[in-house]
Structures are given as structure tokens and as C-alpha cells.
Design a protein around this ligand. Structure first.
Ligand code: ADP
Ligand code: MG
Length: 431
């Protein structure tokens, strides 16, 4: 659905045009009209699906139509980074409007506190805050909350995980009972529903579920050791000889290393990750679209929102962190009913992660044989690996604590060395 089909104030629409938001994401499409109607909502959708605009746009719209004075909306967020980010988003959307905002968060020195205090005393349309800091201001008695009509909790699940329940309730005790309350969350555990029961009035639920990958994608997976990965990828690339291939890596480091290795092996490849600025990324995409290069090695920044069609093949160099990422990544192929292929490389310690992706997808992905010349490969036994990885998980955490406390770096060295050894391509595969 296009934003122009949603009845937002023309000055907000102008801001959306300016930043290039054209189509509403699913959570925006469902949430915005309900919020404009004045309903309470609980919305859950995966990170990166546009929840911020889903609440900011209708709330700004409400504010512009009401022409009231004083604070009209309060957004509570778990961290200062998020509060700042939401505030920056609002500044973008409100560029052609008179809607004002302030981010209120802890961690600064005394001066910003007085600045915040002055702004809060004057009153501004939208206050975006972290819980602790807001309570300090509220306790000061100079914040007039009577004009507040909307409360938004962003990343509610994370706030509860961080133990902010009491703080949230404390803030709410200062707010008018008659208000619209909007709850946004990446996940929807039971405790979120319990919170909703306490602070909302007949909320509408929006749940954007994991979508399933299209049937037209051929999916496969290889169980390999780390040092077999890049060799196998080169083999697949050579064999298939496809026009457009995207290889996803979970880290920037492995993205760069693999891109370097492919270039060295004379593949027509380039890379996309967060070390490149917007313009550089655009250039790489442009070269890819015009077929000047055939292969992009990328981190997850490419898996969402960026429109490149007709990718022949996606390779997951690492197992994605969750099923939704997997779907997003492989969904880059087989657009518009074309056929696509998607392969995932699974190292032993990621087997259980891949199994949980299969669980969520409700299917198993075919495990393919690695060519014999690569030598012995690990068996795919996620159930065994799961026990093993649970056991292993505990220890590094402990070490990290020790390290921080004692300033003793001894533990650091071996673990770094271990990592480097993993990444080193084996001599055999280098050829
Ligand atoms: P979430 O809160 O769900 O994790 P965000 O609101 O932070 O997601 O949005 C993720 C990214 O997507 C941001 O960079 C945002 O600018 C962009 N985005 C959100 N909605 C749209 C849209 N309708 N069109 C284009 N980009 C969008
Ligand atoms: Mg968000």
C-alpha cells in the first residue's frame, strides 16, 4: 500500500516524499489507520520492519490536527541510543511540519538535564525518553502531563527484559487515564500481554508473522567445516556460472575476507557492508544491476528493504541468526515467479541454529553432498550439537566477567587466535 493511500496530513506526506518513503511496510499499513481511529494497539513485527514510522506518523498526524499546547505524546524506549534514533526519525518526518520533540535520556552530565528540564517545563509536542531519566524529571514536579493524549512503548519486550516494568508503571501513574496507548514489540511473550491488560483499553493486536519462502526457490544446505567454506563457495560459483549471486555473511570481517578471496580468484565480485557509505553501496548495487559485476558479498544490511530483483542464487556463508533473516535473505531470489536457488553452509556449531530455522519454516532443507575432493565433512547432527553448544556457552561468559573485573587479558589471546585460525582458508582449497 502506498502512503498516499493513507490519509496523512499533506505536510507529513511531503516529508515522506522527501526521504523517499513510498510504500508502507505491512506493520505500517495495519497500524497507522487503527492509530488514526484512536484505537489502542499491540503491534509485533520483526526488527527492521518499520515500526518507528508506524507509530510516529499517525501520532504526528493527530498532533497536527488537534492544535493543542503542551506535551501531547510520550514515547518510552529502553535505551538512549533508541531514544535518539526515534527523535531523529521524527525530525525527518516532521521537516515540513511544526511538530516539535525532545529526547530525554540518562547518562549525560548535569547540563543536558537542565536543558531537558527547561524544554519539559515549556512543553513540546513529543517527548521521547528512557524510563529512569523521565522519572527523575516527573519527580521534579515541573512536567505538566495533563495534555498528553498518547503513550507509546517502543521495544516493550526489551524494556521488560531489562526490568523496567515498575518504572513504566511509575511513569504511567503521572499520565491521564483517558489516553491512547500503543505498544510496539519485536516479540509477543505472555508478559507483554499481561502488561497490555494493565495499561491498555481493548487493544487491537497486529502480528506480522514470519513469511514463508516461495515454493519456487530451490533450497539446499551443506554441512562443512569452517576451512572448507570459501573453497566450496568458489566451486559452486564456478559450476553454476550464474549472472546474479548474493552471498550473505553474518559479520563484516567475513564479508571482506570472502570478497577479497573471490576477487583474487578472478570472480566478478564486490562487497556491501556498513563500512561503506550510502553512496558507495549504491555504486556497488548499480554495478550489480547493470551486470558489471555478478556477485555481491554482503552483510544483512542487504537482506531487507533493498530492491534488487531477479537474483539467481543466494548463498548463506553463515547460518542467519533467525528464521526471519533466513526468509529475508533467500527471498531475494525468485522474485516475480522466477526460479531461484538458495544454499546455506552450516558449520557444526551452527547446526542447532539451522535446525531451529527449519522448525520455524516447518520443513527440512535438503542436505547436499560436498564434493569428495574437499575431504571429510561433519555429520549433520543438530541434536548432538545442541547439547554440546549449551555446555560451551556458559564458560566464555564467565571468562568475560573475570576479564573485566581483573583487567587480566590472558583469556583474550587464545580466543583471538582460535578465531583467526578458523578464518584462514585451508591450503588445499586455495587453488
Ligand atoms: P523497527 O523499529 O521495526 O526495527 P525501523 O523503524 O527502525 O524498524 O525501520 C527500519 C529501517 O527501515 C529504517 O532505516 C527506516 O528508515 C526504514 N523504513 C521504514 N519504513 C520504511 C518505508 N515504508 N519505506 C522505506 N524505508 C522504510
Ligand atoms: Mg524499532
Amino acid at each position: 500500500m502506498k502512503f498516499t493511500e493513507i490519509n496523512l496530513h499533506e505536510n507529513i506526506q511531503e516529508g515522506l516524499d522527501a526521504i523517499g518513503f513510498e510504500k508502507a511496510s505491512p506493520v505500517q499499513e495495519f497500524a497507522i489507520p487503527l492509530i488514526l481511529e484512536g484505537k489502542d494497539i499491540i503491534a509485533s513485527a520483526q526488527t527492521g520492519t518499520g515500526k518507528t514510522a508506524a507509530f510516529l506518523l499517525p501520532v504526528m498526524d493527530k498532533i497536527m490536527r488537534s492544535k493543542r499546547d503542551g506535551i501531547q505524546a510520550i514515547v518510552i524506549a529502553p535505551t538512549r541510543e533508541l531514544a535518539i534514533q526515534i527523535d531523529q526519525n521524527l525530525e525527518g518526518f516532521s521537516y515540513f511540519t511544526e511538530v516539535g520533540s525532545i529526547a530525554v535520556y540518562g547518562g549525560g552530565d548535569g547540563k543536558p538535564f537542565t536543558q531537558e528540564k527547561n524544554a519539559l517545563t515549556r512543553g513540546t509536542d513529543v517527548v521521547i525518553c528512557t524510563p529512569g531519566r523521565m522519572i527523575s524529571h516527573l519527580a521534579g514536579g515541573y512536567v505538566n502531563c495533563d495534555s498528553i493524549t498518547t503513550l507509546i512503548l517502543d521495544e516493550a519486550d526489551r524494556m521488560l527484559d531489562m526490568g523496567f516494568f515498575a518504572d513504566i508503571m511509575k511513569i504511567i501513574s503521572y499520565l491521564p487515564k483517558e489516553r491512547q496507548t500503543l505498544l510496539f514489540s519485536a516479540t509477543m511473550p505472555v508478559k507483554i500481554r499481561q502488561l497490555a491488560n494493565q495499561i491498555q483499553n481493548k487493544p487491537e493486536t497486529i502480528n506480522i508473522a514470519v513469511s514463508k519462502p516461495p515454493e519456487s526457490i530451490r533450497q539446499g544446505a551443506y554441512s562443512v567445516y569452517n576451512n572448507q567454506k570459501s573453497g566450496l563457495i568458489k566451486q559452486i560459483l564456478k559450476e553454476k556460472n550464474l549472472q546474479t549471486v548474493v552471498i550473505f555473511c553474518s559479520s563484516k570481517i567475513s564479508t571482506k575476507e570472502l570478497a577479497r578471496e573471490l576477487k583474487r580468484a578472478k570472480f566478478s565480485a564486490d562487497e556491501i557492508h556498513s563500512d561503506l557509505d550510502q553512496l558507495q553501496r549504491k555504486e556497488v548495487l548499480q554495478k550489480f544491476r547493470s551486470r558489471k559485476i555478478n556477485i555481491i558479498v554482503a552483510t544483512d544490511i542487504l537482506s531487507r528493504g533493498i530492491d534488487i530483483d531477479n537474483i539467481d542464487m543466494v548463498i548463506n556463508y553463515d547460518v542467519p541468526h533467525d528464521a526471519e533473516d533466513y526468509v529475508h535473505r533467500i527471498g531475494r531470489t525468485a522474485r516475480a515467479a522466477a526460479k531461484g536457488e538458495a544454499y546455506t553452509l552450516i558449520i557444526p556449531k551452527e547446526q542447532h541454529k539451522f535446525q531451529s530455522i527449519e522448525d520455524l519454516l516447518g520443513t527440512t532443507v535438503e542436505k547436499l553432498d560436498v564434493p569428495e575432493e574437499f575431504g571429510e565433512t561433519p555429520k549433520y547432527e543438530p541434536d548432538k550439537q545442541k547439547k554440546f553448544s549449551k555446555f560451551r556457552k556458559k564458560r566464555p561468559d564467565k571468562n568475560r566477567n573475570n576479564r573485566r573485573k581483573s583487567g587480566n587479558n590472558q583469556n583474550k589471546k587464545p580466543s583471538n587466535q582460535r578465531k583467526r585460525k578458523h578464518f584462514k582458508p585451508s591450503e588445499k582449497n586455495k587453488k
